[in-house]
Design a protein around this ligand. Structure first.
Ligand SMILES: C[S@@+](CC[C@H](N)C(=O)[O-])C[C@H]1O[C@@H](n2cnc3c(N)ncnc32)[C@H](O)[C@@H]1O
Length: 236
């Protein structure tokens, strides 16, 4: 089994400097936030109470789509990878994130479950990687990226290029046109997270997500649960 140390991170960024909005989108994920509060805040509280999409729905999405040769992108603490069922007792799992704290936290979490490889990359840039995967998970990253969904959807294209021919990209993102119709507490939380720079989804709509998926995939499916869009995409 792999046990990923900090030195095992393959840096695909070529030491690039990133724009302030890109850096802001990943800045909240300090080691102490990931260690202490992230899972409680996101997966225990806000998924249920604010976005009306219980974490179980995200785990179900993984269970339906995750493969034994999986790339997870925007990894946070790696909680969903520990909850889902892999179709093999010894899966290969590559983790990709711009933030090294997240890579280390998630790697430590799944070290005993999988053979782990770590990549540091910005999904808004083309990703210089030869490896190809049967499944790619992209949960709760798009709403952190700057720009309109039609533009930041470039990330979907960059990741699509890393799929094997019959592979699946699956993910979830919080859409502003979904929570607009929800409770005041939902809009208030979203506004606060945007002010903090954690979310950048003011213009993210269901139509924008579908446009981004259609631009890179011939086959896709989107379902909304509360304020969250769950999607899968394939290139048959
Ligand atoms: C909200 S967390 C999602 C964590 C996890 N998928 C989950 O559902 O709990 C967003 C993750 O995306 C990463 N991230 C933010 N901007 C990124 C970028 N431009 N490229 C790659 N990763 C990025 C952050 O560092 C963080 O780990």
């Amino acid at each position: 089994m792999g046990h990923a140390e900090a030195t095992d991170i393959h840096d695909l960024t070529a030491a690039r400097q990133f724009s302030a909005p890109v850096m802001t989108g990943q800045a909240a994920y300090t080691a102490s936030f990931l260690d202490g509060a992230y899972d409680l805040l996101v997966h225990t509280l806000t998924n249920h109470l604010t976005w009306s999409c219980p974490t179980k729905r995200l785990v179900d999405l993984y269970d339906r789509n995750v493969s034994a040769d999986h790339l997870d992108v925007g990894v946070g603490t790696g909680l969903l990878l520990t909850r889902c069922r892999f179709p093999s007792p010894s899966p290969r799992v590559a983790l990709m994130d711009l933030n090294e704290n997240a890579l280390r936290a998630a790697a430590a979490r799944i070290a005993t479950l999988a053979d782990v490889t770590l990549y540091r990359a910005n999904v808004l840039d083309p990703i210089p990687l030869d490896a190809r995967f049967d499944s790619i998970g992209l949960v709760y990253l798009l709403h952190c990226l700057p720009g309109r969904l039609e533009e930041k959807g470039a990330a979907i294209g960059h990741l699509g290029a890393l799929l094997k021919p019959r592979g699946v990209l699956f993910g979830a993102t919080i859409l502003s046109d979904r929570y607009a119709a929800e409770h005041l507490r939902t809009r208030t939380m979203a506004g606060w997270l945007r002010k903090k720079g954690v979310f950048a989804n003011a213009d993210d709509t269901l139509a924008g997500l579908e446009t981004a998926l259609r631009a890179h995939f011939t086959e896709y499916h989107v379902e909304t649960v509360g304020s969250v869009a769950l999607f899968t995409a394939r290139k048959p």
